[in-house]
Structure formats: structure tokens, C-alpha cells
Design a protein around this ligand. Structure first.
Ligand code: PLP
Length: 372
């Protein structure tokens, strides 16, 4: 079976699995314990993993807080920072193409009294800097803008938005779940990004583990933030709970591999994407249409519409030989809010499938589409 749903999740890289295995069996120590070797081994392993994650996005290791994934990281920052800053203002901003873990959290904050602006994207799936600038009010304290979209791959002008936030002292959180490991991410260069979410299973690591980058100030101090999970005070008091050492080691290894191959994988995904687009055009002619931005996008995410075809039936029919999806894996029972946001009709949404590639694929594998 040809797996082309890598934006939903990726398989674990063999080296990631090898790195994790000892921590599932013999090396079972709790990194919060002290003095004996099992504990110090676990401490060392999580500390090395932290360094690899930090290197991947170019921050300090102590600015990385391990979580259960990007859903938790998004909830942690959005709820935690808005709670801590609410005395300064109650206006917060996001976009209408965010992942449900951002949008649902914003709806919750609206219910408890925040004023929410949800910026509509243009037909290419991104907001403009002007739109963002115009949404600001003296009450604005926080914005959460995704770096790239999980359904159509569009990239937002995050660098320009980060600069605006820096100038106006607005805390900017960035959901970079689909971008980290695929494109260069440098939070030292982008000082306007105060926090960022990432997830291991999107770049060949295990599920159930991710990280939050939270920027420290020049004195090495975190901004005031209310933790989502209170307890024993792990992760510098910001995320309690015994660390999932095996998963964290997996995230670390996946980060190390992603950084090593970043440019090469980016290029490979570009080549594969162009190959598949040409192949689909040649095979299906005017019956297909691409929904995604042609340039500013995450390499390897393709959103394609087959006129006159029902996407559920198509995905079901392809399932024994090719795994693709009708949209995001998180909300596939409902018509995609992302495709609606770029102006597609319900019929067009129901004709769309998402194909998401892996840098470990070969062009020849994609020739399977010719036989459909
Ligand atoms: N944000 C984006 C953009 C995603 O694509 C996903 C996963 O689909 C998430 C957040 C949630 O990530 P996780 O599965 O780690 O909770």
C-alpha cells in the first residue's frame, strides 16, 4: 500500500525506533529520581533530546517544554498566556484556518469573556500583514497564527507578522506543527515569535509527544504563564507529570534526523510534488483542480479536486492501494473549514482529497496514479 497521508501522521523512522527501544524496556528510570544510574540515564537521555529539539528550531534547550503533542502545546500557550495577561487587555487574534486545537480554544476563551478576532484568509489560504495590522487594537494582548496549513499547505507571512507583534508588544504564538522538520525554523532570528508548538509524529517520531518553545527574556526568565497541568512541577514547573522518556528520546532522534536532512528532504519533496502534479494533470486533464497556493506552501502537501467525484467514495476506493485523506484527519467527519475558508462550495469541498508526500518516497511509486 502506498501511504500518502503524511500530514496526518508519519511512520516512525527506523533509527528513531532503535533509539526509543531501550527506554521502553531496561532503561525505565524516572528522570526526576536521583543518584542511581537508571535515573541519571533517563535524565541524560531527556536532556540530549531537549538539545536536539532546541537545535532544530534554534532556541535554548531550557526554552523547550515537553508535552503530549501540539494539541496540548496549543492549549497550554493560548490558555496560559491569555490568563496571565488578561489584566492588560482582552482582545486576541487568530485565523479561520487554524487547527481545531487552536480554534476551539479561542471559542472557549470567547465564552469566558475575551474579544476574539478570527481573520479570514484569502482564496490562497493566507492572511496578509495589512489585515493583521488593521485588526490590532489597544486591547490586543495575544495572537496565535499557524505557520503553515495542514490541509492545503499554505504558509502565512509569519516573519512579517512576528515583526509587527514585536513592535506592538503582542505575544505571538505560532502553531508550526506542519512546518517543523520540513522547512527551516529559526526562532532566534524571528524574535517576534514568543511561543511555538511542534509534534513528533509529523516528522517521523512517535505519537503522543511534542514540545512547546517558550521564549525566555534576557535574564533567562519565562513570561508569566498559568500551567495547563499542575502537579509535581516537572518542566520548570510549567508542565507537571512524569516525563515519557521513550517518547521524548524519539522526538529528540526525529529532530536530529530532520535537521541533518532538512535541505535535502525539502528539495526531494519539491521534486516529488512537481512530478505528481504533472502526472495528475496528464492523467486527469481538466477534471482536476489544485486548491493550494502554487508557491508559498509546505512542500509535499497537495490539495486536489476531482470534478464530479465524491471524495469519501474516492478515498474509500483507493484505500486498499493508496492511503490519502479527504482533508485533515482531525475533523474528517465534517466538511473542511479550511476549504470553506478559501471559498470552495460544499460540492467542491466534497470533491477534494489531500495527498501528503514523504521524502522517503521514490517518484516511481507515484506512477501508481497512472493506473487508476
Ligand atoms: N496543529 C496542526 C497544524 C496539526 O496539523 C496538528 C495535527 O494534525 C495539530 C496541531 C495537533 O497535533 P497533535 O496530533 O500532536 O496533537
Amino acid at each position: 500500500m502506498l501511504y500518502l497521508d503524511n500530514a496526518a501522521t508519519t511512520p516512525i523512522h527506523p533509527e528513531v525506533k532503535q533509539a526509543m527501544l531501550p527506554y521502553l524496556v531496561d532503561a525505565f528510570g524516572n528522570p526526576s529520581s536521583k543518584y542511581y544510574e537508571l535515573a541519571t540515564d533517563a535524565q541524560l537521555a531527556t536532556s540530549e533530546a531537549r538539545q536536539h529539539v532546541a537545535k532544530l528550531i534554534n532556541c535554548q534547550p531550557d526554552e523547550i517544554i515537553f508535552t503530549s503533542g501540539a494539541t496540548e502545546s496549543n492549549n497550554f500557550i493560548i490558555k496560559g498566556i491569555t490568563a496571565a495577561r488578561s489584566s492588560l487587555g482582552k482582545h486576541i487574534i487568530t485565523t479561520n484556518v487554524e487547527h481545531p486545537s487552536v480554534l476551539a480554544t479561542f471559542h472557549y476563551l470567547q465564552e469566558i469573556g475575551f474579544t476574539v478576532t478570527i481573520l479570514p484568509v484569502n482564496e490562497e489560504g493566507c492572511i496578509t500583514t495589512q489585515q493583521f495590522q488593521e485588526a490590532l487594537t489597544p486591547q490586543t494582548i495575544f495572537a496565535s497564527i499557524q505557520w503553515g496549513n495542514n490541509e492545503i499547505g499554505t504558509l502565512h507571512p509569519i516573519e512579517a507578522i512576528a515583526n509587527i507583534c514585536l513592535r506592538h508588544n503582542i505575544f505571538l504564538h505560532c502553531d508550526a506543527t506542519q512546518v517543523v522538520g520540513k522547512l527551516p525554523v529559526d526562532v532566534t532570528q524571528l524574535q517576534g515569535i514568543n511561543a511555538l508548538s511542534l509534534s513528533a509524529h509529523k516528522f517521523f517520531g512517535p505519537k503522543g509527544v511534542g514540545a512547546t518553545f517558550l521564549r525566555k527574556d534576557q535574564y533567562g526568565i519565562f513570561p508569566t504563564i498559568t500551567p495547563l497541568i499542575h502537579g509535581g512541577g516537572q518542566e520548570q514547573g510549567l508542565r507537571s507529570g512524569t516525563l515519557a522518556v521513550h517518547n521524548i528520546v524519539g522526538l529528540g532522534k526525529a529532530s536530529e534526523i530532520a535537521l541533518q536532512h532538512l535541505a535535502q528532504h525539502q528539495h526531494k519533496l519539491d521534486v516529488l510534488e512537481q512530478y505528481l502534479i504533472t502526472l495528475l494533470r496528464d492523467t486527469f486533464g481538466e477534471h482536476i483542480h489544485f486548491n493550494h497556493h502554487s508557491k508559498h506552501k509546505i512542500p509535499g502537501i497537495i490539495s486536489v479536486r476531482f470534478s464530479g467525484i465524491n471524495n469519501e467514495l474516492l478515498v474509500k476506493k483507493l484505500a486498499p492501494i493508496i492511503a490519502v485523506s479527504t482533508g485533515s484527519a482531525c475533523s474528517s467527519s465534517q466538511p473542511s473549514h479550511v476549504l470553506a475558508a478559501i471559498g470552495l462550495s460544499l460540492d467542491e469541498i466534497r470533491q477534494t482529497i489531500r495527498i501528503s508526500l514523504s521524502p522517503y518516497l521514490d517518484k516511481e511509486a507515484l506512477d501508481l496514479f497512472k493506473t487508476l
